[in-house]
Design a protein around this ligand. Structure first.
Ligand code: KG4
Ligand code: ZN
Length: 364
């Protein structure tokens, strides 16, 4: 008989507090509940996530999230086989809040404790939503991350490229602010672009002239600033049509870069001759209609299955964390009370440092 496991997962690495209960039964993982409480209203007055406010909010709300997740799943502590928590990478205060909470539950209830990498949670989501075999190609593209990973196993991720500066979601948010659209910027730009002319502004496609799968988006932001300033200088302001055209032009540049880099990443991945090739995307930017359409078409061309998990599982949530914890527990990879919070924790420790690399090593 196959193993049955019920785990509660906690996520608090950025500005979403989340708890979920997942169950492994008959070889399949099912999400019994998934509660996500966002903090955007708390951070809105400051124009970005304030780490101390985030950490305090996680501490205040984590127990309610856990209670709700367990009630919705119809599960009590006696039914649990373990506690899973995001142990990094992320904002140290938030990650610490989650890790301390998880340790408290594990110690009080005598449950195994499992720490997982937040990025592994995202990267393993296609196995939660669809029956995907290893290896598959993943593009993780969110407000904080942008990387191509070949997922060989639940704990073997090969990073074959990523951004060397900003993440695409961050760029969407910044340029939305620049042209007077609402936050979060991604959905606002996506919407405005529907009635815009993508050819009106000639924006750069950074790093396409360089081989490989690395990306850069900071120059694109600067080019947008110049384009916007030129329109304002000429017309005294931005009309709704200007906003739409700027949005469409920016989105097209972003889609072009992601398409070409995905093409190269797919070539590297397909050279491994996977039996059933899959290209999966995750992260908030995976919701973008134009980027989705372009990548879907690319996969058709390459004879590869395209997978985009439902948005609720694409963006930050605890079900993906609990799911990654199940894979670790099944493999006997259980932690103990020495589990530490790791603000920087690259998934592929062998790949050179990229985003936010500094004295303390690679963030992601
Ligand atoms: O994965 P996510 O919820 O959070 C983290 O970054 O961790 O991603 C949020 C990001 C935001 O920057 C948001 O603007 C972007 O995803 N986003 C989009 C769209 N929907 C959300 N970007 C482009 N187009 C969209 N439709
Ligand atoms: Zn995330």
């Amino acid at each position: 008989m196959s193993r049955t496991l019920t785990l509660v997962g906690l996520e608090s690495s950025c500005d979403d507090t989340a708890a979920a209960v997942v169950r492994l039964a008959d070889g399949r993982v099912r999400v019994l509940s998934s509660v996500v409480v966002g903090q955007s209203a708390l951070h809105a007055p400051f124009g970005g996530v304030v780490p101390e406010i985030a950490a305090r909010a996680h501490v205040e709300i984590l127990d309610h999230c856990i209670e709700r997740a367990m009630a919705e799943a119809g599960v009590g502590f006696a039914n649990l086989d373990g506690v899973v928590v995001t142990a990094g990478p992320g904002l140290i205060g938030g990650v610490l809040s989650g890790v301390m909470f998880a340790k408290g539950i594990a110690a009080a209830r005598g449950l195994p404790l499992i720490g997982v990498n937040h990025l592994a949670g995202h990267a393993l989501t296609p196995r939660l939503t669809d029956d995907v075999g290893f290896p598959y190609l993943m593009l993780l593209v969110s407000g904080g991350h942008c990387q191509f990973l070949i997922v060989h196993d639940h704990d073997h991720f090969e990073r074959i490229g990523g951004t060397i500066d900003d993440a695409p979601g961050e760029a969407f948010d910044k340029i939305a602010r620049l042209i007077g659209l609402s936050q979060p910027g991604g959905p606002a730009v996506d919407r405005a672009a529907l009635s815009g002319d993508a050819k009106r502004f000639d924006l750069p496609r950074p790093l396409l002239d360089r081989p490989g799968c690395d990306m850069s988006f900071s120059g694109l932001k600067t080019a947008m600033l110049r384009a916007r300033d030129a329109v304002i200088a000429a017309n005294g302001g931005l009309s709704q049509q200007d906003q739409a055209d700027l949005s469409a032009s920016f989105q097209e540049a972003m889609a072009d870069v992601l398409e070409e880099k995905s093409r190269r990443a797919l070539d590297l991945y397909l050279a491994l001759s996977p039996a059933e090739p899959v290209f999966a995307i995750a992260g908030g930017v995976a919701a973008n209609s134009r980027i989705r359409a372009v990548l879907e078409q690319l996969c058709r061309e390459k004879g590869t299955r395209f997978l985009a998990p439902p948005l609720a599982l694409c963006t930050d949530n605890a079900a993906m964390i609990a799911n990654a914890g199940i894979a670790r527990m099944v493999a006997g990879q259980v932690d103990d009370m020495t589990l530490s919070a790791r603000p920087r924790w690259p998934l592929d420790q062998t790949a050179p440092a990229q985003l936010g690399s500094g004295k303390k090593g690679a963030k992601a």
